[in-house]
Design a protein around this ligand. Structure first.
Ligand code: FE
Length: 153
């Protein structure tokens, strides 16, 4: 087993644990890749735009070794909004990270539109949260409808 350290940026922070707000220590099997580290944290890999391992750009399929430090930046990190493509898309064997993954959803009762780029901060949903990631007990902030009432906008 190896121990690596992960730093999450921006909207990926909620995937960390409250006990380890800075560097998150995770244990992986020998030869595990960046992608496995991302999976271990429960992060959908399409949320990750840019990866650094020991301060150098890295790909999803990069193998990790004991003590590596991984930094993960989310797709909607402000600095990347004007980026054409992604460093990840150049990796050999990496699946291309699709742009515009997160869609808007509309409350079919009142017409409220959930925009993932804005989230619903007043009700604990951070900007950058995909509709699918919102807790099931979240309700429409204007009419109180449950999540299953929403449809793709
Ligand atoms: Fe509503």
């Amino acid at each position: 087993m190896i121990t690596v350290y992960v730093k999450l940026m921006g909207s990926l922070l909620p995937y960390g644990s409250p006990e380890q707000p800075g560097l998150i220590e995770i244990t992986l099997k020998n030869g595990a890749t960046v992608q496995e580290a991302i999976q271990a944290l429960g992060i959908p890999k399409e949320r990750v735009k840019l990866i650094f391992v020991n301060h150098t750009g890295a790909f999803l399929d990069q193998p990790l070794k004991e003590g590596d430090r991984i930094s993960l930046f989310p797709a909607e990190y402000p600095v990347f909004t004007d980026w054409e493509g992604s460093i990840l898309s150049k990796g050999s064997g990496d699946e291309r990270i699709r742009e515009g993954e997160m869609k808007k959803w509309k409350c079919s009762i009142c017409g409220y539109i959930y925009d993932p780029s804005k989230g619903d901060p007043e009700n604990g949903v951070k900007p950058g949260t995909a509709f699918e990631e919102i807790p099931e007990d979240w309700v429409c902030p204007t009419c109180g409808a449950t999540k299953d009432i929403f449809e793709l906008d």
